[in-house]
Design a protein around this ligand. Sequence first.
Ligand SMILES: [Zn+2]
Length: 309
Amino acid sequence: MLIGAIDGGGTKVLTAVMTETGAIVARRQDAVPTADVPAYFKRCAELLEACAQEAGVTVQALDGVGMNIPGMVTPDGHVLGSPSAGWGTFHARPLLADMLALPSERLFFENDINACALAEQRFGNAGDDFVWITISTGNGGAVVANGRLVRGSGGCAGEFGHVKVEYDAPYPCGCGGRGCLEAHASGVAIARRAVEAGLPADTDAKRCEELARQGNATAQAVYAQTGVYLGRALAVAANLLNPAQAFIGGGASKALDLMLPTIQQTLLKEAIPQCQALRVTPTSLGYEAALLGAASVCLEGLSKSGAGV
Ligand SMILES: [Zn+2]
């Protein structure tokens, strides 16, 4: 079985032709601007077509295609908005079906972080109760409870980025609120706090990590405080859902070891004793988490539609 995977990001697109076990047969990546939605989807289709060609098949021969959307979306492709891509509402399914010349029943859509959680369940070592948090430009999240992805009544569940974690000095968030996790613990927020703490003006989250590992006390304090913020958000999840594991993905997850002590201290302080045993680890899927996510979205969609996987 060969399937198509499209990880549609806010700045770049990754596509692949993969097997049902998650093996990548062909892979393409490109920076694709999001301002023009039809042009964005056309570029996604072209990249997937190039993958299919390399794999020696046509796109139409693929069993199905899964696509991650960097925002809120229903499984049949109604995009409900994407702050990071600057998208409002539109129906992605007919758009992509038309460009790939594939029947729309073989196209499946999911929020990108939900897709990562589905991949952790299918290809990783996740159990039935876990949360997934990404630390990249923003903070995304996903919840799996009782073995099922929690989508919520309107497809918006798992928005960890907007859990309030700072009440004393809350910073404005892109959502219009203040003190959200994303305003204090995203890659952008880590960089801002690093500069506010006195590190050079061009310090980003990665540079802050390097400085912390070289022993810079200011950089270490920035990551320790990021751990407190993550711990607060995870304590809310622990008390509500009692998950066994929390998987951390995204670029800044490489710095998880710098944050783990304060994440754990905060969990011990803010989660009830019965819910404190939450294992916090980096994603087991590494850099390909989102691409494996798009493949999982396709495989889950096919199995629900009776095409069987
Ligand atoms: Zn917010």
